[in-house]
Design a protein around this ligand. Structure first.
Ligand SMILES: N[C@@H](CCC(=O)N[C@@H](CS)C(=O)NCC(=O)O)C(=O)O
Length: 209
């Protein structure tokens, strides 16, 4: 098994942090997004979506989508459990994880990719060349600001995003907040719940994997 990733990118980091929490040492192959290696033929053969992460199994099967990769690894290595033990807990982890991705990560990506000159003509990840829309960058920043305030509120009455224990929802949430450095947005100090949670998750060894 090997994982195609890129250290600075948030989606592969979700899989990498997940693997670290499980104590899995899966070899990693870096696909240099900085030189657009994901668009070259070699990598397109591995993942026609031309994105990272991708998990290649020993028989050549390739799983893409960070959530699908994590789900697969959770089934193979159920402990420590990160995606929920009961039907209700699994639904809750999925619900919160999707919110972290759709409301948090999408907002940061929108702001980053529609503003940074590196993404000129490449405002979406993968093989589609689309122009930047500056208004989307501005909207993304507003969305993210709202996301941080909302998350702070959710964390007022519980220690972790999906409840009383660390799960995959914390992994995605933490990576989203961390990644927002690229748009120079940090958790405001007055958001005490968010600040407490972010520091705690950041102190886990998996956050440095
Ligand atoms: N939904 C996919 C998204 C994958 C994705 O967009 N990956 C980014 C890195 S975070 C990428 O490969 N970007 C390539 C590009 O910018 O062309 C997942 O969760 O794995």
């Amino acid at each position: 098994m090997k994982l195609y990733d890129f250290k600075m990118a948030p989606n592969p980091r979700r899989a990498v942090m997940f693997m670290a929490e499980k104590g899995l040492d899966i070899p990693r192959v870096s696909v240099d997004l900085g030189s657009r290696a994901q668009l070259k033929e070699d990598y397109a053969r591995v993942n026609p979506m031309q994105q990272v992460p991708a998990l290649e199994l020993d028989d050549g099967t390739v799983i893409t989508e960070s959530v699908a990769i994590c789900q697969y690894l959770e089934e193979l290595h159920p402990e420590p459990n990160l995606m929920g033990r009961t039907p209700l807990e699994r639904a809750q982890v999925t619900m919160w994880e999707r919110r972290m991705e759709q409301q948090g990560l999408m907002a940061v990506s929108e702001a980053f990719r529609n503003d940074n000159p590196f993404f000129e003509g490449r405002s979406l990840s993968g093989p589609v060349d689309l122009d930047q829309i500056p208004a989307l960058a501005e909207r993304g920043r507003k969305r993210f600001s709202h996301f941080m305030r909302q998350l702070d509120g959710f964390l007022a009455d519980r220690p972790y995003v999906a409840g009383d224990r660390f799960t995959f929802a914390d992994i995605t949430g933490f990576i989203v907040i961390d990644f927002a450095r690229v748009i120079k947005m940090r958790p405001p100090e007055e958001l005490a719940n968010l600040t407490r949670w972010y520091a705690e998750i950041g102190s886990r060894p998996s956050a440095k994997a």
